[in-house]
Design a protein around this ligand. Structure first.
Ligand SMILES: [Zn+2]
Length: 195
């Protein structure tokens, strides 16, 4: 069976846009469960997660963010997104250079120097803060077919993998800030969310 992620097949932007749960939703605090069934339902879910990520737009999305407590996240740090005016004179978003990645049951090993990187999150919209992370990551995971895979990453991809993996353990990036900063950011975010 063909999937959206066969390496010899170009990715097509299609699916259903899912609701993204935002901080402080309780689902974001839960430790997610391992995936043990690799079926069509999982393929459909991944397709919809990617679609939701691209449209939001974001570069990563973890299953708890769409209300599902499972150890799955999707990432694309490569794609391009351009606004253009179509023939009817309406604004249109043009996507290119898709490079979707899917991580199921990931296990991370981080190493290298500690670096500061500015992060954002679809579950904490409008907040961008510098977070301390390790420079490199080695990830063992399963692909959409359940086949074991391993990759090593640096820079943006490394940061993104660490950020998304935290979601599977119920950790949001603002929890990694200093207590003072964290309280300030949280208060500001909740106030804005209410208004
Ligand atoms: Zn996030």
């Amino acid at each position: 069976m063909e999937t959206v992620l066969e390496s010899n097949k170009e990715y097509t932007l299609e699916g259903e846009r899912l609701k993204i749960f935002t901080f402080p939703s309780p689902i974001l605090k839960k430790k997610a469960k391992e995936v043990d069934v690799f079926d069509e339902e999982l393929q459909e879910l991944v397709k919809n997660m990617l679609y939701t990520m691209y449209l939001s737009p974001g570069i990563g999305l973890a299953a708890p963010q769409i209300g599902l407590s499972k150890r799955i996240f999707v990432i694309d740090t490569q794609y391009k997104r351009n606004k253009k005016i179509n023939a009817e004179g309406n604004e249109e978003i043009e996507y290119s250079h898709f490079s979707p990645m899917v991580f199921i049951n990931p296990v991370l090993e981080t190493y290298g120097e500690i670096i500061n990187w500015e992060e954002g999150c679809l579950s904490v919209p409008g907040v961008y803060e510098e977070v301390k992370r390790k420079e490199f990551v080695k990830v063992r995971y399963q692909d959409i077919h359940g086949k074991p895979q391993v990759i090593e990453a640096k820079e943006l991809l490394s940061i993104c993998i660490q950020h998304e993996n935290d979601h599977l353990d119920g950790i949001i990036f603002i929890e990694k800030l200093s207590l003072i900063k964290r309280n300030l950011v949280t208060k500001k975010f909740l106030k804005k969310k209410k208004s």
